[in-house]
Design a protein around this ligand. Structure first.
Ligand SMILES: N[C@@H](CCC(=O)N[C@@H](CS)C(=O)NCC(=O)O)C(=O)O
Length: 241
């Protein structure tokens, strides 16, 4: 029997969503347990992730209820580490290509999404940073895409990672959610650019990402929209998801 996997996650967390997509792609059998990132249970910090962040995974050990983690399981954290772990645990899922150059390309795309795109996106709606920062990174990522298909042709962890960000960005812009007093039409103006001639390839890529069964089965747009709307009415809530 395969070693048990328990994923600690939250619907709002883009990092966690990427890991959920990868597990779905792998057809993994796993338990899912929701952690409120703003109100973490003490046992989660003391027994699963000392940093207190989701996503986190317990791997192996006895089959126990998620809120009673066993000291015998391995505790793993950091979304990009978890994505690599899932890739290696389920080699048949092909979450990274065999070709070394393509593997490096997937990792580079993922790295830029993590270190550049995420901060630019957070900066836009949390702090009102110029939207051009976000557009410039999206252009950079768009230029790395092949004419059709995913980042390195077949689906990889690079696609899982960015799907979690781009899907949440849509919610933010479609609902004009921001903490910095945007004009009423700012979200609509941003979407107009994203749907216009500057981002034709990215728009097609997004459509392909969102049609993937692993994405559809892990994303409830209506529920997440309501959750995000709530965050914008709660001081401090935006900083911790
Ligand atoms: N670098 C981490 C970031 C994870 C992260 O920031 N998770 C947020 C939820 S989206 C969290 O747990 N926030 C609660 C906290 O930081 O205390 C990763 O990639 O896994």
């Amino acid at each position: 029997m395969a070693d048990q996997i328990t994923l600690y996650t939250s619907p709002a967390s883009p990092y966690s969503h990427a890991v959920e997509i990868a597990l779905a792609e792998a057809g993994a059998n796993f338990k899912k347990y929701y952690i409120d990132a703003k109100n973490k249970p003490e046992w989660f910090v003391s027994k699963v992730n000392p940093v207190g962040q989701i996503p986190a995974i317990t791997y192996g050990g006895p089959d126990v209820p998620p809120d009673q983690p066993s000291p015998e399981s391995v505790k793993l954290r950091e979304s990009t580490v978890l994505l690599e772990f899932i890739t290696e645990l389920f080699p048949g899922a092909g979450l990274l290509p065999k070709d070394l150059v393509l593997r490096a390309k997937a990792r580079l795309f993922l790295e830029i999404s993590k270190s550049k795109l995420l901060p630019a996106w957070f900066g836009t709606f949390r702090k009102g940073e110029p939207i051009e920062n976000l557009f410039a990174i999206l252009e950079q990522l768009q230029a790395m895409l092949p004419p059709t298909g995913f980042v390195v042709g077949g689906y990889s962890i690079a696609d899982a990672y960015i799907a979690s960000i781009l899907s949440r960005a849509d919610i933010i812009f479609e609902n004009n959610l921001n903490a910095s007093g945007w004009p009423d039409d700012e979200g609509a103006r941003i979407l107009e650019t994203l749907r216009g001639p500057r981002f034709v390839r990215l728009a097609q890529y997004k459509q392909d990402l969102f049609e993937r069964p692993s994405f559809k089965s892990t994303f409830d747009k209506a529920a997440l929209t309501e959750k995000y709307k709530g965050y914008f009415g709660t001081p401090g809530a935006l900083q911790s998801y």
